[in-house]
Design a protein around this ligand. Structure first.
Ligand SMILES: C=C(O[C@@H]1C=C(C(=O)O)C=C[C@H]1O)C(=O)O
Length: 89
């Protein structure tokens, strides 16, 4: 495989990630609506620890574990930022 082939494969995976992240955000949006109606707090630390532990255990190549877990930490951080905006509306 040459560089263009590898990057083409990355682009294909990125398109899948965008779809999955959008689907995740649709669910996060539902959680935000629920919290807005019930007065719940955006941050749920114990839920996030469960998610991050599970993600760490699901990574098969340990060389990638730190990177993948950090990526999920960013996903959770941005999920919270989105929810804070929804709750302020
Ligand atoms: C979506 C939620 O809100 C926050 C964001 C989370 C997420 O994006 O998975 C998880 C826990 C919360 O800190 C939730 O409470 O489930």
């Amino acid at each position: 495989m040459n560089l263009d082939d590898i990057r083409s494969d990355i682009d294909t995976l990125d398109a899948q990630l965008v779809q999955l992240l959008e689907a995740r955000m649709t669910l996060v949006s539902q959680v935000a609506t629920f919290k807005k109606m019930t007065g719940g707090r955006v941050l749920d630390n114990s839920r996030e620890l469960v998610i991050l532990d599970r993600v760490a255990s699901q990574v098969e190549n340990l060389d990638y574990a730190e990177t993948v877990v950090n990526t999920f930490k960013d996903i959770l951080k941005n999920s919270r930022a989105y929810q804070e905006k929804v709750l302020k509306k």
